[in-house]
Design a protein around this ligand. Sequence first.
Ligand code: NG6
Ligand code: CA
Length: 510
Amino acid sequence: MKKIILLFIPFLFIACKHKTTEGQNPKSDSKKPNIVLLYIDDLGYADVGAYGAKGVETPNVDKLASNGVMFTDAHSTAATCTPSRYSLLTGNYAFRNNAEILPGDAPLLIDTSFVTMPKMLQKAGYTTGVVGKWHLGLGYGKVDWNKPVTPGPSEVGFDYSFLLPATGDRVPTVFLENNNVVNLSEDDPIAVNYDKKIGHRPVGTERPDLLKMEADLQHSQTIVNGISRIGYMGGGESAEWVDEDFPFVFTEKASNFITKNKDNPFFLFYSFHDIHVPRAPNEKFKNKSKMGPRGDAIVQMDYMVGEVTKLLEKEGIAENTIIIFTSDNGPVLNDGYNDQAAELIGDHNPSGPFRGGKYSIYEAGTRVPMIVYWPGTIKPMKSAAMMTQLDFYASFADMLEMKKGEKVIDSENHLSALLGKTENGRKVMLEEGFTLGLRDEHWKYIEPFTNGSIPEWMENKDIESGLQSEPQLYNLSEDKGEKNNLALEKPELVKEYGELLKKIKTKTKR
Ligand code: NG6
Ligand code: CA
């Protein structure tokens, strides 16, 4: 009898194995690496050690840089947050949808019928999650925050979401988890208004004595947690966030998502609040840099990058996970609050050798740190390939042998450059500010800014928009700092690029 059982064991083993293979398709799934996108807010090209930061140390980010592909000509699609994120998720330039910085009560900007990058990944078998800053609008506008808020991330392709709905400086100052405000009490409903004062909370202009940091007029409305915000909010006291806790709250949610999904392919879009304003770093990171709150926020961000990296190692999935570290736009010092970012900057230059920063059409508006880390697969290198976050969509679609959505016009496949197999990236690429810039290899053409005016609040903030009524042309190979406008010397190039830009702008199909 014993002999007979022993004889059967191999067959039992084969039968079980066969079942797993059919049921879960482990072979093909194991070929699908997890994707963790660490998307930092307002982090400049040279704001981390590997890219030349002074006055702040970022050992965790530097470790990714020295063991991954560190790009020196990589770009967010736009110089502000909403348009950048729009492009990242849809694979289209944001001007095609007139995407601009959204107020905190704006409707969802992404058409829900659009096959976004996370939807493509879902189709490829990924579980998708977004944790942190959203700023892509929610619902149909004038949202009732006391009911499930839809459409939102689920309709855009995320299975899980834990959000800071707009920005840290905009109301409502509450978190949303899978469409619902976290910790909201029924007897204290939330109301949000961007035009007039509502609720009992004090307002910055009336009670400056209650503030942790001074703010400009636009940021001087409802006070929550000692910080005045853009917009007014009434009710929802039990749901109020504590800014100093952001990094821990978000990293915990991101970590739970990773641990829960460690056995299946997943895409995590961890969208940091740091280093956006208001900069209110946790006690643990105070004075850990030489640059005050802005530098301390960088240290805090770096620590959280380390936490995520360590967790992937602990769960044994580091070698099957691609980490991308990058930023949504260039750096800014004074963005509405007096946190001494400019006074304490010392010899640190957040834009590195490039001109401008957040809001600017000059290079530092969109040229940001970008590191792709995939231990065991990627050979560490510095890459000068011209890259844009717009291309993550098509590159991952190619990696997974998936199709892009029909309406995806602009995203191109540059997987080989992304993984450091070649330094040939994009040849031509647009940069979006308040006007458009066109890069053709080392040439940079900036379209004249003729309709519209520079927002008033930008004045006196040392923000260089780069807007001019005449065309600009720079040769970045000898003039990284965009100081020498060659437009008058090279009218034939100005004409060529003006026409090329027009062609790209009017494109309706890929
Ligand atoms: C601007 C805010 C700025 C910041 C930005 C969005 C004013 C004067 N300034 O309108 O403080 O919140 O929007 O930043 O209101 S972003 O990184 O999300 O694009
Ligand atoms: Ca930003």
